[in-house]
Design a protein around this ligand. Sequence first.
Ligand SMILES: Nc1ncnc2c1ncn2[C@@H]1O[C@H](COP(=O)(O)OP(=O)(O)OP(=O)(O)O)[C@@H](O)[C@H]1O
Length: 258
Amino acid sequence: MTDTVSSPAPTVAVEGVHKRYETTDGAGTTALADVSFTIDPGEFVTVVGPSGCGKTTLARLVGGFESPTSGRVLVDETPVTSPAPDRAMVFQAYHLFPWLSVQENVAFGLVEQGVAEDVRNERVEAMLELVGLSDRASAYPAELSGGMKQRVGLARALAVDPGLLLMDEPFGSVDSQTRRRLQRELLDIWRTVEKTVVFVTHDIQEAVLMSDRVLVLTGTPGRVRDDVTVELPRPRDRTDDAFIGYVDTLFDLVETTI
Ligand SMILES: Nc1ncnc2c1ncn2[C@@H]1O[C@H](COP(=O)(O)OP(=O)(O)OP(=O)(O)O)[C@@H](O)[C@H]1O
């Protein structure tokens, strides 16, 4: 049995990545073409772009759930070849284990890593407190609201203390009130625990609210159309003229990439 392993926030480098999927009709799809960018340790980078431009593919490549057809992805200068505990992914569709309670879901990665039970329990408790679900520890996913399920997914990802957090439309399945609350909570958590974040969203306002930088991908195949640094102090005000200016600029960029 071991203690938990804390991973420092890493650098990410995506170098000349092409990704081609074979399809059943034999035609194949090029999801990404010549994609290159770097992310500094602790940076919050959001990927936006039209539907099908390869946002999910890009997050999965950085996570090691897919391999590039050519080019490479480096995390702290080491090529990514498979998933690893220092990179955790949070999905839109929760992906919770329905037969496990909230605390068992959050503990899952720690059990896999062979973390000692007392350390594990302490960590799970801390994560549930962080996402405001201490009172639902013994509930099962079916008994939770969408927002609560999403917070369990976030707690599970954070429990293993990954340096890199990959979030694919994490708030896409919840109502707009809950979405706003989760956005605030994620920013609070990100300020508390230093992580490099790759965040995929369709929501331009969300991208401006959350990110240090926004990568805009073009339509299929996805290429990096622009890399916009959001130079606004946090917490950000959606009604602020400068905020609205960023939203308008990004809208125009996404619209002209379709
Ligand atoms: N496993 C797969 N096999 C074949 N083609 C795939 C596969 N996964 C994705 N694709 C194709 O790759 C392209 C990019 O898909 P991806 O899901 O990465 O885009 P996206 O930008 O995340 O889309 P959306 O915004 O609609 O979620 C699409 O044309 C999609 O059909």
